[in-house]
Design a protein around this ligand. Sequence first.
Ligand SMILES: *[C@@H]1O[C@H](CO)[C@@H](O)[C@H](O)[C@H]1NC(C)=O
Ligand SMILES: *[C@@H]1O[C@H](CO)[C@@H](O)[C@H](O)[C@H]1NC(C)=O
Length: 225
Amino acid sequence: SGLSITTPEQRIEKAKGETAYLPCKFTLSPEDQGPLDIEWLISPSDNQIVDQVIILYSGDKIYDNYYPDLKGRVHFTSNDVKSGDASINVTNLQLSDIGTYQCKVKKAPGVANKKFLLTVLVKPSGTRCFVDGSEEIGNDFKLKCEPKEGSLPLQFEWQKLSDSQTMPTPWLAEMTSPVISVKNASSEYSGTYSCTVQNRVGSDQCMLRLDVVPPSNRAHHHHHH
Ligand SMILES: *[C@@H]1O[C@H](CO)[C@@H](O)[C@H](O)[C@H]1NC(C)=O
Ligand SMILES: *[C@@H]1O[C@H](CO)[C@@H](O)[C@H](O)[C@H]1NC(C)=O
């Protein structure tokens, strides 16, 4: 029976700035004799607009100047759309591109459509590692790992890079937390540490140098940042 879109409905997830490929392959049947029309529509999730046209193929021509937010960023990927490939690329993805995309193919009497959910995530970046408190023997302080941006959920992992590379035993429970609460600091905690922060589209890393010294040494101690 008639025209059909062979690409299954799917959810597509990409990082901000990347290109999303939205596939839409179709097959015609001999009884589909009308003119071929292909329409891609967007229902963005951040506002009330529903099924706004973003790109059109009609009368063997392509029209793509309907939706200002996507101006210059939406293209058919095939240079022979009528052979059965209505897939598009959306380039330089923005958070405002998140939404439901619909591919509609018409060649009377055949009609078909498929929906695709596009999610745009922000990679973790600008991550800062720092010590919150005074790095003195016997003190309590915190090691913090803070990405400037990054979509949730975020995963954290601390590692010791220097010496034996083994994390102090009391910290093990917080090795995958953005904050390590250090209690009763010992000089053995001194060393270089890294924090890796990751989400589904990317990862970032920061490092810190910890020098745990006797309180009396503080005045003479050269502080590294
Ligand atoms: C569409 O985007 C994909 C990456 O997602 C890329 O590999 C492909 O070359 C692009 N196609 C066109 C025609 O730009
Ligand atoms: C702090 O650690 C030292 C050894 O590093 C230990 O002798 C002392 O009892 C500890 N103090 C507390 C309050 O746990």
